[in-house]
Every structure is written in structure tokens, then in C-alpha cells.
Design a protein. Structure first.
Lengths: 140, 142
């Protein structure tokens, strides 16, 4: 069980949306984490490596800054099944880049732009994710 | 300068993930478990983010160009093709298995869970494979 947190989740969502808006205002780019993170790997085409590195380091540092600012530890429960997590990582990395986006690029930015491609992508990954959790938790 | 601006924006994005609770895979998996221990929080995160970005994008895209670049770089493709659907389907399976999508996996880097250190390197391997695969497809004659 996790606690239902409508207010904190809406506020967090607004901050995520705000970061996406400021990124397009500054550099004209979409705030898709799979796109930004995957461009830390070669080949480097567009000279935007410092931007991508900065954004990723910011996301990585966020829990530490949050701890310093609020005094609250960031709590999480991660599966300790390491082979499962390794396979999950491979699928998430491959699928999000091959499908041109993840929850942020398609789910937040694409839906906000009313992109049909992003709508199809979001419905597709939500569906396979729901089915996967159902199979893992209830069908086995 | 772009590095520092992006660092600040990445921080804002990451703090959004932490405040919203999405940095915890358990919360994500409970959203996906509608017939079990359902936690609808993720829908509120998406709602807050999409409404903010919907309004903000409209204001920003009225300008002729961004502040620090020559032009807006919006995805030009509109075709619903197999890589889009296949990639998204595979991403969803991985997301449902681990509860991590790329953003929350990055915020977990410093939090010390063993599963994170199994997930993250393989996520980058998967990204590298997809880029290699996609560039071969583009390079191959039609």
C-alpha cells in the first residue's frame, strides 16, 4: 500500500510541467528524459551535450537538494530482484528510445502539444504496463 | 550558460518527481495495479504537468524563437509507425516490471537501492542498442 497523495502529486506535476515549459522557452526543446539521457551516449550530433549533461545532473541531484531544503529523506521501495530490475532497465531504455519517448516526452510534453503520435504511444505503454503489473501481481 | 540553465531545469523537474511521489517505484506500480492496491496519485501528476505544459507551450510558441537558440525543435513526424508502437509497448512492459521510467530511475541514483544499480546501467545499454538499431534502419536502403 502507498498513501494516495492528490495535492502533493498535483504540485509535483505542476513543477514537472513548469520545467518543460521553461526548457522550450530557453532552448526550444522538448523535456523528454529518454531523449535527453540517451544523447549522453555517442554519436553526438547537435552540439547540445552540455545542455543534456546539465539536465541529467539536475535530475540526479534533485533528491539531495530536496533533503537539504526540506529535511525530508526521499523514501522509496525498489525491488531487490536484481535480474528482474536489469531486464526492466533494458526494456525501458530500448523501448523508450525506439518509441521516441517515455512518460515525460510522450506523456507530458506530447499530450500537451496534442500530438497524435504521443497519444498513441502513451495509450500503448500504459496498456502494456497495466497488463504487465496485472500478470505479475495477480495471474502468477 | 546552457549547462547551468539546464542543471537548474533538471533540478526543478527532479524535485517535481520527488514531491509528486513518482520517485518511488512502489507508488507507480500501485497506480498500475487497478485491481489491487490502487493508488491514483500518478493521474494527478500527469494532470498537473499536462495542464501546466498545455498553457505554457501555447504562450511560449507564440514567440518567434526560444531565448537561447535559433529555432524551436519540435518533433516533425506525424506518422503512427511500427517503431513508435513497438518501442512504446516494450517500454511499458519494462515500466510495469520495475516501476521505473527514465526520470525516476535517474532520481534514484543517489538513494542507494541495489535494484537501481541493476536497472540504470542496463537502461543505458538499451538506449544505446535502440539508437544503433534505429540508425541502421535509416541507413539501410528503402
Amino acid at each position: 500500500m502507498t498513501e494516495f497523495t492528490p495535492i502533493a502529486s498535483t504540485i509535483g506535476g505542476i513543477l514537472i510541467g513548469l520545467a518543460a515549459v521553461l526548457l522550450i522557452a530557453w532552448e526550444g526543446r522538448i523535456a523528454g528524459i529518454s531523449g535527453i539521457a540517451s544523447r549522453l551516449l555517442p554519436p553526438y550530433a547537435d552540439g547540445a551535450f552540455p545542455s543534456h549533461l546539465g539536465f541529467v545532473l539536475g535530475v540526479v541531484a534533485a533528491p539531495l537538494i530536496y533533503l537539504m531544503a526540506s529535511g525530508n529523506e526521499v523514501l522509496q521501495t525498489v525491488s531487490s530482484n536484481l535480474s528482474l530490475m536489469a531486464i526492466a532497465g533494458l526494456l525501458v531504455g530500448f523501448g523508450s528510445v525506439y518509441g521516441s519517448g517515455c512518460t515525460s516526452g510522450h506523456g507530458v510534453c506530447g499530450l500537451s502539444r496534442l500530438s497524435m503520435r504521443s497519444l498513441f504511444a502513451t495509450v500503448t505503454f500504459m496498456t502494456t504496463a497495466f497488463v504487465t503489473v496485472f500478470i505479475v501481481r495477480h495471474a502468477s | 550558460m546552457s549547462f547551468l540553465v539546464n542543471l537548474a531545469l533538471g533540478l526543478l523537474f527532479g524535485i517535481g518527481l520527488v514531491v509528486s511521489g513518482m520517485s518511488d517505484p512502489a507508488k507507480v506500480l500501485n497506480f498500475l495495479d487497478v485491481t489491487g492496491t490502487w493508488d491514483p496519485s500518478l493521474a494527478f501528476v500527469m494532470g498537473g504537468a499536462v495542464i501546466t505544459a498545455f498553457v505554457g507551450y501555447r504562450l511560449v510558441l507564440k514567440r518567434s524563437k526560444p531565448l537561447a537558440a535559433a529555432a524551436f525543435q519540435l518533433p516533425a513526424k506525424t506518422e503512427i509507425d511500427w517503431p513508435l508502437l513497438l518501442g512504446s509497448a516494450i517500454f511499458g512492459i519494462g515500466w510495469g516490471l520495475g516501476g521505473f521510467c527514465p526520470g525516476p530511475a535517474l532520481t534514484a541514483t543517489t538513494l542507494g537501492a541495489a535494484g537501481t544499480y541493476a536497472f540504470l546501467p542496463m537502461m543505458f545499454v538499451g538506449m544505446w542498442l535502440a539508437r544503433a538499431f534505429a540508425s541502421r534502419r535509416v541507413a539501410a536502403p528503402a
